[in-house]
Design a protein around this ligand. Sequence first.
Ligand code: GDP
Ligand code: MG
Length: 175
Amino acid sequence: ASTTSGQPYVSKLVLLGSSSVGKTSLVLRYIKQDFNSVLPTVGCAFFTKMLDVGSSSLKLEIWDTAGQEKYHSVCHLYFRGANAALLVYDITRKDSFHQAQQWLEDLEKEFQPGEVVVMLVGNKTDLGEERQVSFQEGNEFAESKSLLFMETSVKQNYQVSEVFDTIAQELLKRA
Ligand code: GDP
Ligand code: MG
């Protein structure tokens, strides 16, 4: 389903989560199929990607934070008009899991329930020996808040495209 004018749907996806959990890596891996060339994000970055889901197409605008993670003060403009959000944490850092829960509270202040498609993403499964947040813990929290949930390894390119495809499918369902 594209819009009646034949234009694809455009959706805004924002990335939220503690510093160093792998947000920028995740987007770059997805956009460019690249892993290593990650610089700490300076300035607000956004990327666009066209996605085909069945016979429908969707243009995703992906917004990445620029180090505001530390101050817990992403501007309202960042959230404004968001259709979807990825709450990313690092499975080897419990604090980042708690921070993701904080971000969810911020989202809940800005949006009506169900207004935004939200996925909780536990990244760095390749570091399983250092794991501090179990799959079950992530999954249970996501279920309790009706969030989508996936674990990923950007390093191993595990479930990266699945994250974005799942979001796109959910957005098109609602379109
Ligand atoms: P951001 O601050 O959330 O944007 O995080 P970055 O994307 O800058 O990544 C922080 C660090 O984690 C970088 O050194 C990445 O190479 C590394 N990283 C990202 N994803 C993974 C992953 O899946 N596994 C491992 N082992 N390292 C990762
Ligand atoms: Mg970054």
